[in-house]
Design a binder for this molecule. Structure first.
Ligand SMILES: [Zn+2]
Ligand SMILES: [Zn+2]
Length: 245
């Protein structure tokens, strides 16, 4: 779509007005770092640089940390995953669990922007060909209780940084599964069976990148990938904010 000169200058003014509004708001209510408490940013420069990135040897398929001599982990040797790869930006070690807890359960949804920036910073190392980025959806009942889906917010900012389209409606959670926390790997896989449905018209023929906050065994990503491939997706890969070890 082409914009005429009036529209371009109107858009430029809208962006400028948003920046001025944000600067004014920050002056009255200065943001506080969610990790160290210093005033000035939701995640200060010092904490950003110290957050542990993944840079050890990983399984070429599922992204688990492995010994240097073992390019494919034991789990993937037993059963191949349906995703072309799973990768993550950060290690799920302090302060990352607390930041994700604040993002998900404490209403600190503003953290999605600096955390998605960290994902974008680490992406060049893990990048793969992608046509469309999708969040792992919450069941509508859970999203209603929480008020938002943290993965939607991560996709919004991450897709914008990469300049790749995001779609928060192409994949739906059709079963309200109990939380995965505390379950074994087998129980996690059983818990997620048939949990998702994908919209054929939105995903068919596309290389999909799934985004989620934390990856533990990959059970949720695996079930979402099954639904996407059944709906005609060309391939499915995943990129998470953090990887639990
Ligand atoms: Zn800090
Ligand atoms: Zn693996």
């Amino acid at each position: 779509m082409l914009l005429d000169n009036h529209q371009v200058s109107a858009n430029a003014w809208q962006v400028r007005a948003r920046h001025i509004k944000k600067a004014f708001f920050n002056l009255i209510f200065p943001p506080v770092c969610a990790s160290c408490g210093s005033v000035g940013a939701l995640l200060c420069h010092n904490c950003r640089t110290q957050i542990p990135r993944i840079n050890g040897k990983i399984c070429v398929h599922c992204g688990r940390l492995v010994a240097a001599a073992q390019p494919v982990c034991l789990a993937c040797q037993k059963q191949a995953i349906p995703l072309s790869q799973i990768r993550a930006a950060l290690l799920f070690t302090p302060p990352v669990p607390d930041l994700i807890h604040q993002l998900k359960y404490k209403g600190a949804f503003g953290l999605a922007e600096p955390l998605a920036e960290l994902m974008a910073d680490c992406w060049p190392r893990w990048q793969t060909a992608v046509d469309l980025i999708l969040p792992i959806p919450l069941h509508p009942n859970r999203q209603k209780r929480r008020g938002y889906n943290q993965s939607d917010l991560l996709v919004h900012h991450f897709a914008q940084q990469l300049g790749i389209p995001g779609d928060t409606a192409a994949l739906r959670r059709v079963r309200n599964t109990p939380p995965q926390v505390g379950l074994s790997a087998t129980e996690r896989a059983e818990n997620m069976v048939d949990a998702f449905r994908a919209e054929n018209g939105r995903v068919a023929g596309k290389r999909i990148l799934l985004v989620d906050d934390v990856c533990t065994t990959g059970a949720t990503l695996t079930e979402a990938a099954h639904a996407l491939l059944a709906a005609g997706a060309n391939s499915v890969s995943a990129y998470c904010l953090a990887r639990a070890t």
